[in-house]
Design a binder for this molecule. Sequence first.
Ligand SMILES: [Zn+2]
Length: 250
Amino acid sequence: MAFTRATGKHRRPSRMHRTTARAAGVAALATTGVVGTLAAPALAAESEVEQSGLTPVVTIGDSIADEIDAQAVAQKQAALDAAAQEAARERAAEAAKEAREAKERAAREAERKRLNTFVAPITASYVSTAYQAGSSLWSSGSHTGIDFHASSGTTVHAVGVGTVVEAGWGGAYGNQVVIKMHDGTYTQYGHLSSIGVSVGQSVEPGQQIGLSGATGNVTGPHLHFEARTSSEYGSDMDPVSYLRSHGVNV
Ligand SMILES: [Zn+2]
């Protein structure tokens, strides 16, 4: 691009044009009604510039100013576009973060609910022999668990989340399952007619772990249920209190 440009393409008058026009106007006013012939040189002076067809070098200032203006506008627009894009990215990131957090909250809530869900080992049954009831039937002389009324073949449920640590013959308990619960306590299910889980298996609240029966030292079919602080015989605690403390209605 040359330092000069055709005057006809100007969007607005250059400083030189404005100056020239003013000079011509002043000259015209000065000569009006005084000496008519004096107007001619002033008009000639202006026409000399106009007729050159080129804008004098002094208009470079305007040209550069225009370009700087255009650049500034373009840069400002680019900055606005970048800011808008950044804001959109931030909104998208924030929305993704909120969705992720909501999902994590829901997962934590579901896990908390799962870990805190407890059910009765026999559905819609009742305790037929209480905890610590005395009888010559038990080697300790005292009942270490509770018996739930259940005919043979009734579904026996894991009372909560845990891992099977024993599944097999348990002497006086007959076929038994012992589960280590997620809170570190143990539950035991005895006299089963069949066992449906194996050692190491994870169980969920209400999951079927076997069927009730009359195996071991019994006078008839029922489910013997114990809650223990360890997997060992003798670490029993009150199973009714245990179940009730976990929200089971027994
Ligand atoms: Zn019992």
